[in-house]
Design a protein around this ligand. Structure first.
Ligand SMILES: Cc1ncc(COP(=O)(O)O)c(C=O)c1O
Length: 423
């Protein structure tokens, strides 16, 4: 297994031109994949080719360039449908990313269904993108946001989640994988529990889509969102999957061109899904780039990616946990390849700054999940998150650099050259 997955990283690395550079004189070790992943040459080429040969607006022209642009844009939708194993291509709405997908559902599906006293249920491990849109709609309607707690390992307490599914629960919105902790939620069980009470469910798949095979037909959730830029695709494009019946029944999110069948000053007839939700000129190049990213991920194989990242996670967990003064935050039994950690007495930003000097890019901060930080009594963590192109050698480089962190900062402090922020 080790040899097979190691060769996967070696094989795919050459497809990512950005990884060939040095940073501060050291080979770049990119470990901020939960924020955004790097792009293979085929994605860069697909976007360049669109602008070089096919650039035109979609759905509007009868000339060749517009037809080619439309065909590529709609082909990308078909790729997203297959990637998600969705029943119908009309269930795939292009959005800017996971954030916009959640806001769309909050405004168009949930808000009209909420009355004063109703509840929306989320978990304590959500990204701000899956908290704030629900605060906005519940506040507008006099409804309440309920939050299912997590345990000390960072796993959802399923019994509490089930207890909070009450007679006033109108919607459940839960992350598939926590970006701050790596915890994988039991989304099948969550959907079953909610559906047993007639409650629709949105799954935020921003951190799941790059790492594991998705299956909308099997999962049976009502909505699923992900962002292209975390799946080796471009920024500014993502997918909202919604069951056809829901999308049919929902009012549009925004008004404008392309989302209509006819317009008079007296009355507008809306287009059918998914176009009803794609007002204005869409991100054509972004969708084409996402289609190329999906092709790329599928050519590598999600099963192999999952296995390789599992090996990286295991190795990194052991290596970091063995360093004195390092504590891993988020030790759920079901974890994706994301490791949040703190170094005793050193602020996460200082950790990340020292690692940067070693060529290693990690994220430091609250990871847009401030309630998670609060749950663990922390202001910030450093976070290493892995992708298909990361190697065991890079994990070892991370561990060596983290070992250096305390020594460097102690030395700095003793000479009064720097003061670490309060941790
Ligand atoms: C779990 C989760 N949900 C939602 C988002 C928001 O994604 P985007 O900013 O691409 O819309 C992120 C981004 O990090 C995330 O990790």
């Amino acid at each position: 297994m080790r040899a097979a997955t190691a060769s996967l990283a070696e094989r795919v690395r050459q497809d990512f031109p950005i990884l060939r550079q040095t940073v501060h004189g050291k080979p770049l070790v990119y470990l901020d994949n939960a924020a955004t992943s790097q792009k293979p040459q085929s994605v860069i080429d697909a976007i360049t080719s669109f602008y070089t040969h096919d650039c035109a607006n979609v759905h509007r022209g009868v000339y060749l360039l517009s037809e080619r642009a439309t065909d590529s844009y709609e082909a990308a939708r078909g790729k997203a449908q297959r990637f998600l194993n969705a029943a119908d291509v009309r269930e795939i709405v292009f959005v800017r990313g996971a954030t916009e997908g959640i806001n769309l559902v909050a405004q168009s599906f949930v808000k009209p269904r909420l009355a004063a006293g109703d509840e929306v249920l989320i978990t304590a491990m959500e990204h701000h993108s899956n908290i704030v849109p629900w605060q906005m709609v519940t506040a507008e309607r006099g409804a309440h946001l309920r939050v299912a707690p997590i345990n000390d390992r960072g796993g959802l307490i399923l019994e509490d989640f089930e207890r909070l599914l009450g007679p006033r629960t109108r919607f459940v919105s839960v992350t598939h994988v926590s970006n701050a902790l790596g915890s994988i939620n039991p989304v099948h069980r969550i959907v079953e529990m909610a559906h047993a009470r007639g409650v629709p469910v949105l799954i935020d798949g921003a951190q799941a889509a790059p790492h594991a095979k998705l299956d909308m037909l099997g999962l049976d959730c009502d909505f699923y969102v992900f962002s292209g830029h975390k799946v080796y695709g471009p920024t500014g494009i993502g997918v909202l999957y919604g069951k056809a019946a829901h999308l049919e029944a929902m009012p549009p999110y925004q008004g404008g061109g392309d989302m209509i069948l006819s317009v008079t000053f007296e009355k507008t007839e809306y287009n059918t899904p998914p176009y009803k939700f794609e007002a204005g000129t869409p991100n054509v190049a972004g969708a084409i780039g996402l289609g190329a990213a999906i092709d790329y991920v599928e050519s590598v194989g999600l099963a192999d990616i999952t296995a390789h990242e599992g090996e990286l996670l295991c190795h990194a967990t052991g290596a970091l946990a063995a360093i004195p003064g390092v504590r891993i935050v988020g030790t759920s039994r079901q974890k994706a390849a994301v490791i949040s950690f703190v170094v005793e007495g050193v602020h996460a930003h200082d950790v990340a700054t020292v690692l940067d000097r070693e060529g290693i890019a990690v994220r430091a901060g609250h990871h847009c999940a401030q309630p998670v930080m609060e749950r663990f009594g922390l202001a910030a963590t450093a976070r290493a998150s892995f992708a298909m192109y990361n190697t065991i050698e890079e994990v070892d480089a991370l561990a060596r650099a983290v070992t250096k962190v305390k020594g460097i900062l102690d030395w700095c402090r003793s000479w009064g050259r720097c003061t670490s922020r309060e941790s």
